[in-house]
Design a protein around this ligand. Structure first.
Ligand code: UD1
Ligand code: CA
Length: 464
């Protein structure tokens, strides 16, 4: 069957961090994940990743998603592929795609179209190439007539060869059996004393095998990053491509500043995304919403007609017609039901907020089930943690929770229950009942006059 080998041994010295280069992220995903995703989209399921620098990080990340093989020393791309020979020998029937784990924009169309060409031409090897304005640093494609004669690396090229703008993407299809033969014939007789995978083309031709080239319609397939600036460029390119896709689907952006939307996010038509908004993971946004400015949503499902201004929400559900913000924090496992209104400085954790409930300002609701049509006053707190364990609060439908109520969990307010401002609730309150907890209000006439008269003139002056 057809299969893929992904080269991921590189370090990326100029990134200045002990992370293998393919693990640096573009739009929230390691570059390696982009490459794997393209393979999987092209229905390639037999994949081997060649690791090298900080191999464990890649192994841990991949888990059992695919095979890995270690290249203990970095002796070149040819040497890297040689490490996968045991994997290749397990199935020599079809073709093998070689990819670079640090060139994230390889796409499934390029993979399948180049395979079609590779098979139609009966090639031992088909190089995926691209035409670029600035070929500096890449291997140049040497043509003979309509075919390929070889690849010459920048460091080994003559001035004339350096002016060639068709370059090697670093991706190739090989007939697997021929690849194994060709790998056995590589030498390191070149400027860098490396085993160049690119030498397989000239060797194949010398041995009477067919070699071809497929020029990708997507020149971004070659893009990689050698330093943080390069990584920023990749992120910018990916970010804009994702937003263009959403715009084509009817999502509005009047300004794209600070907007980062990961590839996995889905957004309904008619929704407007405002600046400073970051949408991550498995977030789904409905239709006709206004999200932003300055929202962060992670793995959160948002219904239609929702308005969120400066809201952060994680692993939660926000149903249709909800309005929240500014400055609202929705922590994991929360569910805000339709029509709820949540205002500034409210934190909600592991809690359900019922339909049409209002929490206008300054409240903390954790580990609670809040019914529908409830009013939570300013400064209310569910006291869900006693220093040892967390407990739940239940607030019945249409309850009115007065300002600065403390609910000492576990405690339950019945439906239509009412708490007076400042009440600390320590036992369950029946339906329709009022809970009022008031100390005696003492009034001491002339208190401050006496106090500041003793201490000095300042206070008494202010009190004139
Ligand atoms: C290679 C190609 C060049 C092509 C370019 C595209 C060769 C000799 N040259 O050059 O023609 O234009 O890619 O980007 O192949 N790797 C290992 N082990 C090694 C060496 C490399 O795993 O010993 C991995 C790297 O991590 C990377 C990939 O192979 O993912 C390509 O290696 P890199 O050093 O970037 O190759 P280039 O010199 O850029
Ligand atoms: Ca490279």
């Amino acid at each position: 069957m057809n299969q893929a080998v992904i080269l991921a041994g590189g370090q990326g010295k100029r990134m200045k961090a002990p992370i293998p280069k393919p693990m640096f992220q573009v739009l929230g995903e390691p570059m390696l994940a982009w490459v794997l995703g393209a393979c999987e989209q092209a229905a390639l399921s037999r994949i081997c990743v060649v690791t090298g620098y900080e191999a464990k990080q890649i192994e841990d990340y991949l888990g059992d998603r695919c095979r890995t093989v270690l290249q203990a020393e970095r002796l070149g791309t040819g040497h890297a592929v040689q490490q996968s020979i045991p994997f290749l020998q397990e199935d020599t029937d079809g073709s093998t795609l070689i990819l670079c784990g640090d060139a994230p924009f390889i796409d499934s169309e390029t993979i399948t179209d180049s395979l079609a060409r590779h098979e139609a031409e009966g090639n031992a090897v088909t190089v995926i190439t691209a035409s670029v304005e600035n070929p500096f640093g890449y291997g140049r494609i040497l043509r003979s007539g309509s075919g390929i004669a070889g690849i010459v690396e920048e460091k080994d090229a003559t001035d004339e060869q350096r002016s060639i703008t068709e370059i090697n993407s670093g991706c190739y299809w090989f007939r697997t059996a021929d690849l194994i033969t060709l790998l056995g014939k590589l030498t390191n007789d070149n400027a860098q004393n490396e085993y160049y995978l690119t030498d397989t083309i000239a060797i194949a031709l010398r041995e009477g095998m067919r070699a071809g080239a497929y020029c990708s319609r997507n020149p971004d397939v070659v893009l990689g990053a050698n330093d943080r600036q390069g990584l920023l460029k990749l992120n910018t390119a990916a970010r804009m491509a994702v937003m263009r896709q959403h715009m084509a689907n009817g999502v509005g952006f009047s300004c794209t500043d600070g907007i980062i939307i990961e590839r996995s996010v889905k957004i309904g038509a008619g929704t407007e995304i405002l600046p400073g908004t970051i949408l991550r993971g498995n977030t789904v946004i409905g239709e006709n919403c206004v999200i932003g400015p300055n929202c962060v949503m992670e793995d959160t499902v948002v219904g239609d007609d929702v308005r969120l201004n400066t809201v952060q929400a994680y692993q939660s559900r926000i149903d249709a017609g909800v309005q929240m913000g500014p400055f609202v924090h929705i922590r994991p496992n929360s569910h805000i039901c339709s029509g709820a209104k949540i205002g500034d400085f409210v934190e909600i954790k592991n809690t359900t907020i019922g339909e049409d409930t209002a929490i206008a300002h300054l409240a903390y609701l954790g580990d609670s089930d809040v019914g529908k049509g409830v009013n939570i006053g300013c400064g209310c707190v569910t006291v869900n943690f006693d220093g040892v364990k967390k407990s739940r609060c239940v607030i019945g439908d249409h309850a009115f929770v007065g300002c600065n109520t403390n609910l000492i969990a576990p405690v339950e307010l019945g439906k239509h229950a009412y708490t007076a401002a400042g009440t600390t609730v320590t036992t369950d309150i029946p339906d329709y009942a009022l809970a009022i907890d008031r100390g005696v209000l003492h009034i001491k006439d002339g208190y401050s006059l006496r106090k500041f008269a003793v201490k000095g003139k300042k206070g008494s002056k202010d009190n004139k």
